[in-house]
Ligand binder design. Sequence first.
Ligand SMILES: [Zn+2]
Length: 294
Amino acid sequence: MANLVQGGKVAKRSFFVQLMVGLSELVMGVFTVSIALIADGIQSFADAGVSLIVWIGLRLSRKKPDKRFHFGYHRVETLSSIVAALFMATIGGITLYESYRELLSPTAVVDPLLALVVASVATLVSSLLLIYKRRAAEKYGSLALKTDASNSIKDVLTSITAFVGIALSSYFNIIQMDAIAGIIISLFVFTMVYPILKEASLVLLDSYHSPATITAIENIANSITQVKQVHSIRMRKLGSYLIGDMHIVLRNDMTVEEAHAIASQIEDRTIKEFDEIIEMNVIIEPYQEPKVSV
Ligand SMILES: [Zn+2]
């Protein structure tokens, strides 16, 4: 739980830094008439959006289930991912369209030196943020933060793209390069949209595919001597977490107390072994002696 709080703080800081970078680039982009810089600013906003989802998600994960939401609030993260992805797709589309229009009738960057300085600062800040988030993800073992950190690599790459575009367009007289950089950066935004939508849809459809995890859970149950058989292990995602149930077959002369102790043991060990699993329900079945025909 302490890790969730720390992870949330990292995501929150990341959100504000990206928002500031995006805003500065957007303002300076308009000021210097560089579509590449504007596109990179928008890309930073999109990235800030991802950090915001992680931040909200990590915050809401701590919220306890109540009378209305019996399974807790983990899927709020999934829903907000979809909303954010659609938002990103929209602004990505607008940037792409504007860059394309700029390509058709290119205009020179007004203050190229200033635009280059802004792009360099954006590259530097994004790189530092990436290192910070990577370290935090390692330290707190957060999958959401790790995903967020790998998204930030794109932030660094797009700022470099903006820098190169402005430089080529202003100092090498390839005036279209500013617009081309803008197009490349817009396409980067779309590469962020697809995996988010895919992942969120699979979570909503209760899809889960990891035979290795299922086998590991089966092994935990089988390691208890009284367990005669394990079957019907089912898992599903709840936000970035997992819940599931399974059947175990026990001797039919066991007391309710003994059987319950075994079920609890399996539940506890499964939750302890896998960080993502927050709930595991074990259903007990009595063992039937195979009928021997005489
Ligand atoms: Zn069964």
